[in-house]
Design a protein around this ligand. Structure first.
Ligand code: AMP
Length: 282
């Protein structure tokens, strides 16, 4: 595995890789790697792409200074993790490499409701930061394929819009959520949960699963009220629980409003840790 810390050295290496006719698969991460990241990396490797992983804890996407400060950064473990996965390249840039001279250009993208609902409503400025960093990383790596998780569904939809709008040849692949044995969606933030809360947080998966089970027989409003009331017990505090269209994440009030794929999406505080999850409805 190669490790590059500068844009120039990474790009010189990737030029040689492309000259050999290889396709490049890219997995951007913020580190504290887990099996969710491994799934994205494994897909890229299995599809035969030269696989580049980046680790960059992007300060511009954190709307909460404490969340940024406490974000785990176990770089030695991450290096070993990537090495064991047989990843080809780790790109580990400094903030100065990603944003030279403090330049922070946000792509001009009309996000419409995606900029004001769900995650955007509770994390102001978050998606501007995500757009900045992903646009910049795509400019640096210029991958053929970009691998991202359905866990961050709103991010996935927004990055698809970015790729389409910019006319980039990169193809985005969204991959399923990887979970702990108890159902809790894997997240780097789970490490900050107490072991008791980590067990208790399986309630989110349980409620999403029940919602899917009851989806055909109940109204969306009933399902939503039931889910919120079951989630609203300390140490949990639900922020939202909604049904959305899979294509553009517009919130649905009734099932008659849309025929395509529907997701239940939720954000729940567990003590001081914010967890997000979602599930496709039948
Ligand atoms: P992060 O390091 O949290 O920025 O995540 C990097 C990528 O991994 C994003 O595309 C996430 O959607 C994806 N990801 C995070 N958690 C999971 C998970 N549990 N299952 C699958 N993908 C995930």
């Amino acid at each position: 595995m190669f490790l590059f810390k500068t844009v120039a050295s990474l790009q010189a290496h990737l030029r040689q890789v492309r000259e050999k006719g290889k396709t490049i698969g890219f997995v951007p991460t913020m580190g504290a790697l887990h099996r969710g990241h491994a799934s994205l990396i494994g897909h890229s490797i299995d599809e035969g792409h030269y696989t580049v992983v980046s680790i960059f804890v992007n300060p511009t996407q954190f709307n909460d200074a404490e969340d940024l400060e406490k974000y785990p950064k176990p770089i030695a473990e991450d290096l070993q993790f990537l090495f064991d996965l047989d990843c080809d390249v780790l790109f580990l840039p400094s903030e100065n490499e990603v944003y030279p001279r403090g330049e922070r250009v946000v792509p001009d993208l009309e996000l419409a409701h995606l900029d004001s609902t769900l995650e955007a409503a509770f994390r102001p400025g978050h998606f501007e930061g995500v757009l900045q960093v992903v646009a910049r990383l795509l400019e640096i790596v210029q991958p053929d394929y970009l691998f991202m998780g359905i866990k961050d569904l709103q991010q996935l939809v927004i990055i698809q819009m970015l790729i389409e709008k910019s006319g980039s040849p990169t193809q985005l692949k969204g991959l399923p959520i990887v979970r702990e044995p108890n159902g809790l969606a894997l997240s780097s933030r789970n490490e900050r949960l107490t072991s008791e809360n980590r067990k208790a947080a399986s309630v989110i998966f349980k409620i999403l699963t029940e919602t899917r089970h009851n989806y055909k027989s109940k109204k969306l409003s009933e399902l939503k009220t039931e889910a919120i009331s079951q989630l609203d017990h300390l140490p949990f505090r639900p922020e939202y629980f909604e049904f959305v269209r899979g294509d553009n994440l517009a919130i649905l009030n009734t099932k008659d409003d849309y025929n395509g794929t529907v997701y239940a999406v939720t954000a729940v505080w567990c003590d001081t840790i914010r967890l997000i999850d979602n599930m496709e409805m039948p």
